[in-house]
Design a protein around this ligand. Structure first.
Ligand code: NAD
Length: 402
């Protein structure tokens, strides 16, 4: 037992501790935001969510459980409580597992490296023993800085750089007193094998490996459907995102979807798609130069008309499970980002971006919302949570009952 009062301590957008009570409350809120389930009764389809503890993967897990009535497995990579608290994803996973249990959904969470074959073996074993040897859905939502290639042991590192020439962008930072500043930074272009390395981490290689690994063991159900998360984004961030190293990886992921779609269509009557989601404040997205400024301005323009990840993922599940037909663009992608890229929204954000300075930023961007979103990633700034009270940090990883 280790109870303590947890105060937010941060360096920039990174916090050293997270709050178990706040994380639990946020997971509850996400669950409550999901409209009534569309389940036909019975056990529900079997789903595997990779990257289940944060951002879009957490939204996929909660929407899958609460809306589509799935059971199955969530995989993520989180740190347990020790001297410091556990990571926020540790506590969110414990809270998600508890809600799943309360709602009678058999959901097992595995903590470890999704890129490894050991994790793939573990999932294959669980599918065979616990879930009838058939997987109906796989949602792939990993954002990681590194991947070890299981065949060679090589470690690849992804970078966030423009391709071809240096790129100067405005960026949003907060000084040590939390005062916002708009700065200009110039990012050097990719060099050496930066592009290949980034594609090796954030492209489609590991997603494809998961699908073929499970297919080779006959663990995919007829009609098996898989979706991986992608992003396009605004022309304002294109040099660093879509036309940059990470965008090249997303292009690879989307090409992988087309290959897998053909393969699964022939063998199982199945599907593989990418889901292009909209900008959201997550630990991964705030690491991308310019994105914090862009998202703050987007919120300034759209306010609560921004569609939260949980609502986007309800829509994705509805399309994957056939509540509504799959609605694909010409490139075969589900588009959940149309509200972000709508011309009116983009021209308003572009206008604000061009005039944004340290002096004007608080009027142009919704920085209160942005700062709260950052804190909420760690379970802080959650209404109804008493941050002056001591709270147990030694929350165990959820173990399945029977
Ligand atoms: N955040 C955005 O604005 C945005 C927009 C559109 C699409 N996306 C896409 O959504 C996906 C997820 O991004 P996010 O922003 O939600 O990220 P995130 O940082 O919030 O979550 C990443 C998840 O991946 C897991 N993870 C990381 N490394 C792992 C590993 N080695 N093994 C197992 N799990 C691992 C983490 O535990 C966490 O659950 C990415 O493909 C991203 O490009 C993000």
């Amino acid at each position: 037992m280790s109870e303590r009062v947890i105060a937010p301590k941060n360096r920039g957008f990174l916090f050293l501790d997270s709050h178990p009570g706040g994380c639990r409350q946020l997971v509850d809120e996400m669950w409550q935001a999901v409209p009534a389930p569309v389940t036909g009764g019975g056990d529900g389809p079997v789903a595997l969510i990779i990257g289940s503890s944060a951002g879009y993967g957490l939204a996929a897990t909660i929407a899958g459980l609460a809306r589509a009535g799935v059971r199955g497995i969530g995989v993520c990579f989180e740190k347990s409580p020790a001297r410091r608290t556990g990571t926020a994803g540790w506590y969110r996973t414990a809270a998600t597992a508890q809600l799943a249990r309360q709602h009678g959904r058999d959901m097992v969470f595995l903590n470890g490296d999704a890129f490894s074959d050991a994790m793939k073996e573990q999932v294959a074993g669980l599918l065979a023993e616990r879930f009838g040897g058939r997987l109906d859905f796989l949602v792939y939502s990993v954002a990681a800085p590194r991947r070890t290639d299981p065949d060679t042991g090589d470690v690849y590192a992804s970078v966030l750089k423009p391709v071809g020439s240096p790129h100067a962008t405005k960026t949003l930072v907060f000084d040590e007193h939390g005062v916002p500043e708009v700065k200009e930074v110039t990012i050097a272009p990719a060099e050496g094998d930066d592009i290949e390395q980034t594609v090796a981490v954030m492209g489609g290689t590991d997603w494809e490996r998961w699908v073929t690994f499970l297919a080779d063991r006959s663990l995919l159900a007829d009609g098996f459907t898989t979706a991986a998360l992608s992003y396009i984004g605004s022309p304002l961030t294109a040099a660093i995102y879509r036309q940059g190293t990470i965008g090249t990886a997303k292009g690879h992921l989307e090409a992988t979807a087309r290959t897998l779609d053909e393969l699964l269509g022939k063998s199982l009557g199945g599907r593989a798609v990418t889901s292009v989601n909209a900008a959201a404040v997550t630990q991964s997205s705030t690491a991308i130069p310019g994105i914090a400024l862009y998202v703050g301005l987007l919120r300034g323009v759209l306010g609560s008309a921004m569609v939260a990840p949980i609502h986007q993922l309800v829509e994705l599940w509805d399309q994957l499970t056939g509540v509504r037909p799959l609605d694909l663009d010409a490139e075969g992608r589900v588009r959940l980002d149309t509200w972000e890229l709508a011309p009116a929204a983009q021209s308003a954000v572009t206008q604000r971006w061009s005039t944004a300075t340290s002096e004007t930023i608080t009027e142009l961007a919704d920085l209160d919302w942005f700062s709260e979103e950052i804190r909420r990633l760690y379970g802080f700034s959650v209404p109804g949570v008493d941050y002056t009270a001591a709270i147990e940090i030694d929350v165990p990883w959820p173990t399945p009952t029977v």
